[in-house]
Design a protein around this ligand. Structure first.
Ligand code: NAG
Ligand code: NAG
Ligand code: NAG
Ligand code: NAG
Length: 767
């Protein structure tokens, strides 16, 4: 009863302050997400919405209720002054008043690369495949894309509760049996940045950007024969779960993706009954109880929805991951076995390999004069080919060598073109090393690695009359080795919970062909007037929907599996070696990649279908995880939307959390005060429980270790399963000798019955 009358008092007090202070205090309003403790609603209210409204009115008469949340969170989003937000956060029943945060997008041959074409019978279209709905939170969808053709698809599953929201350039008829739902969430965006500029983007689920059409068609697009970008990567383009349905939730706009909109979309997607959620976006690193994606994903997980997210494009820097909650599947990016070679041939007869997706009028035949951008600009960083920085008289009729960085790659080409240049060689610097990303440049251009770039630059500096040619060679397949971890793919360790190894896995994310928006050209630049049905782009934004679609396939094959079971199957069957037995490599270092780069490894969907054993997790396990993190009751309530009390008699341990991978940390000698000579061996013990999802069988363990300083003991070494769903536990004891570890060490624990191999990566560090 106190809540309402107490509210009036504060309102009066607040108004009083306004009268006293002159001029009026700054009352700039910002969006806040107000999380409420549902169980604390006073009995005086009949409905939560009344309670929410009353709590808001207790601090502001004017504040607009932007959203109320029922599934993904309990509470609402509104616009408050900082003072109002502070007052509100002290009120009974309020868990937290979190400022809105902005998230960013983590900007065919894939099915055959993944082996899906070799085993068509495994994923028969036996009814269940069409029952799965993959929800994609992104920039919307281009419904006319052939990837959303619903020819041959059965009726929309009866479990589907979603809808097709109409709006600018989007009609009820824009949806069909493939694109079963489309919604847009702009209230948070508009509250922050003002009304949507409809000359730039449609206030509807329509995708005017391309990113959302690309991700959703990658996850579950229909097969389209004869797809290509300007003839590059030609073939049949199809989504991973090509019989599943797509539901588009547009949450990203020209100015970004706002947390209040994201939470509202997850809220609806849960109500709509999606089976998988795909989010190719992220926003820095904040603790789970402050991260709307983590909070919404927890609720989704409870509803049996697997949430797959991009790991981020901030690699190869360590600790660069986003979306690391253990109830999220975190996906890094690797390359395909496909390349788009475009050679640079210099006047000194040396040539260098590069990549390009340029298609258009060819360069004049033969060698052309070559200049370095840094020599033909007045700007101190003219080497970067920033807008307006090149001197046309010195560029006209020449090829220009530009350095990568700061401005978009295709924009540099446009700058060269505007200055009268004929073509561009785009050289990587140390930041990108040897990683090549092919682009649909607006002029003849190719991208070369750092080593080649340095040599070409030196040639320009040393030769009195430097010349070059660029030779475009189209599409090449069968590139080896592949996959390699993309340099941009975000890397561990996990900066939020060191005990959880992330990313979980990698999937194809470099030069991916998928559907595109008809509203923009392939480069996304306003000056690009070309229109394409398919585009080739790169990022963990592209690898995430691969896993989302594969999760949909597994869900169709095993409707009873939990999201944790699906993730476990994808992780324990992922591969970490090439066919020749050598370890996967990392573009950034040119060396073998580690679990901090590739997690459990590269997805192998055919094996994931029949993993033998899985590491399962229930909602209670995740609650125990929050207890092990020593979350306060209020923090637990924020994430899990319930009044959950950790049992004081129980020991909650992160080492016993049944995750399919291991992240082991030993306190260093320095941390324990030891000199390094007399310290006793350090011991850490983990337990895990395996569930049999295959035939009865006897599994034996093997440990492959690259950590000679650490003894790894698994007990028992044999587990026998006599029936389906039987559970067996084991323990792993890691013992480090007195030598301190000064680098990360890695190992792999594998259970096998001779048919299945159930693998877990191990990352060991001393902290
Ligand atoms: C929430 O849990 C606490 C114990 O931690 C208990 O005292 C309180 O009554 C509970 N509140 C509700 C509304 O259930
Ligand atoms: C570049 O050099 C390589 C190796 O010498 C050769 O195989 C290739 O054909 C050359 N490419 C061009 C375009 O000259
Ligand atoms: C081009 O710039 C480099 C340094 O960036 C310099 O060493 C070189 O002499 C310049 N060349 C010309 C032709 O100006
Ligand atoms: C560069 O500097 C020269 C001489 O200082 C000047 O004539 C020219 O206009 C400048 N060009 C640009 C593009 O700023």
């Amino acid at each position: 009863m106190g809540s309402v009358s107490y509210g009036f008092m504060v309102v009066f007090l607040f108004l009083g302050l306004c009268h006293v202070s002159s001029p009026a205090p700054v009352t700039e309003r910002k969006t806040y997400i107000v999380h409420m403790a549902k169980s604390q609603m006073p009995a005086t209210f009949d409905h939560h919405l009344q309670w929410y409204e009353s709590s808001l009115r207790s601090v502001s008469d004017a504040a607009e209720m932007i959203y109320t949340y029922a599934n993904a969170a309990h509470g609402y989003a509104t616009r408050l002054t900082q003072e109002e937000a502070e007052i509100l956060s002290g009120r009974p029943g309020i868990l937290s008043v979190v400022p809105e945060t902005k998230y960013e997008l983590h900007t065919t041959r894939t099915p055959s690369f993944l082996g899906l074409d070799r085993t068509p019978d495994l994923f028969t279209e036996s009814g269940t495949a069409g029952d799965v709905v993959v929800g994609v939170l992104d920039t919307g969808v281009w419904p006319e894309s052939k990837s959303f053709d619903d020819k041959g698809m059965g009726p929309v599953p009866s479990t589907w509760k979603g809808t097709c929201e109409v709006g600018t350039n989007f009609h009820a008829s824009s949806c069909n049996r493939k694109l079963v739902g489309a919604r847009y969430f702009s209230k948070g965006y508009e509250a922050a940045l003002g009304p949507i500029d409809e000359s730039r983007e449609s206030k509807s689920p329509r995708d005017d950007d391309g990113h959302g059409t690309h991700t959703s068609s990658t996850a579950a697009g229909s097969p389209v024969e004869g797809a290509s970008l300007f003839g590059y990567a030609s073939g049949t383009a199809r989504g991973m779960a090509s019989k599943a349905r797509v539901a588009a939730y547009k949450v990203c706009w020209v100015g970004g993706c706002f947390s209040s909109d994201i939470l509202a979309a997850i809220d609806k997607a849960i109500e709509d009954n999606v089976n998988v959620l795909s989010l190719s976006l992220g926003g820095g690193m904040s603790d789970y109880y402050r991260d709307s994606v983590a909070i919404g994903a927890f609720a989704a997980m409870e509803h049996g929805i697997l949430v797959s997210c991009s790991a981020g494009n901030a690699g190869p820097t360590p600790f660069s991951l986003s979306n690391v909650a253990p109830w999220i599947t975190t996906v890094g990016a690797g390359t395909l076995d496909r390349d788009f070679p475009a050679f640079v041939s210099l006047g000194n007869a040396k040539n260098f390999s590069g990549v390009s997706l340029f298609r258009g009028d060819p360069l004049p035949h033969g060698l052309l004069p070559l200049v370095y951008a840094g020599n033909v600009s007045n700007s101190s960083n003219g080497n970067l080919c920033m807008t307006g920085s090149l001197i046309p008289e010195k560029v006209k009729g020449k090829l220009v060598l530009c350095d990568r960085g700061v401005s978009p790659r295709v924009q540099k080409g446009a700058v060269v073109k505007a200055a009268g240049g004929l073509g561009m060689i785009l050289a990587n610097t140390e930041a990108n090393g040897e990683e090549l990303v092919a682009d649909a440049h607006l002029l003849p251009a190719t991208a070369v690695g750092q080593k080649s770039g340095d040599i070409i630059r030196n040639y320009v500096f040393s030769d009195p009359k430097p010349t070059a040619a660029i030779l475009f060679e189209g599409t090449k397949v069968g590139v080896e080795p592949s996959p390699v971890v993309a340099a941009f793919s975000s890397r561990g360790p996990n900066g939020i919970t060191a005990e959880i190894l992330k990313p979980d896995m990698i999937a194809p994310g470099v030069n991916i062909l998928a559907g595109w928006s008809g509203a923009v050209g392939p480069t996304g630049m306003a000056s690009d007037t070309r229109r394409v049905e398919f585009n080739i782009i790169s990022g963990t934004s592209m690898s995430c929907p691969h896993v989302s679609g594969l999760a949909g396939l597994l869900k169709a094959a095993h409707p009873e599996w939990t999201p944790a079971a699906i993730k476990s199957a994808l992780m324990t069957t992922a591969y970490v070696t090439y066919k020749n037995g050598q370890g996967l490599r990392d573009v950034a270092t040119g060396k073998p990649s580690t679990p901090l780069d590739h997690g459990a490894g590269h997805v192998d969907p055919v094996s994931a279908l029949d993993p033998g054993l899985i590491y399962d997790l229930t909602v209670d396990d995740y609650l125990g995880f929050l207890c092990a993190l020593k979350y306060t009751p209020s923090q637990i309530n924020l994430v899990a939307r319930r009044n959950f009390t950790c049992d004081p008699k129980k020991t909650y341990s992160l080492t016993d959390f049944n995750y399919p991978s291991f992240s082991v940390s030993f306190a260093s000698d320095a941390a324990t005060g030891g000199s390094g000579t007399s310290s006793a061996p350090k011991v850490v013990k983990y337990t895990r429980t395996l569930t049999n999802v295959g035939l009865p069988g006897t599994y034996k363990v093997t440990v492959a270790s690259e950590a000679p300083e650490v003894k790894i003991l698994v007990e028992p070494e044999v587990l026998t399963f006599s029936k389906v769903n039987e559970k067996k536990s084991y323990s792993v004891t890691f013992t480090a000798g007195s030598v301190s570890l000064n680098t990360n060490r890695f190992a792999r624990i594998e259970w096998s019955d001779g048919k299945h191999v159930v693998s877990s990566p191990v990352a060991i560090s001393s902290s």
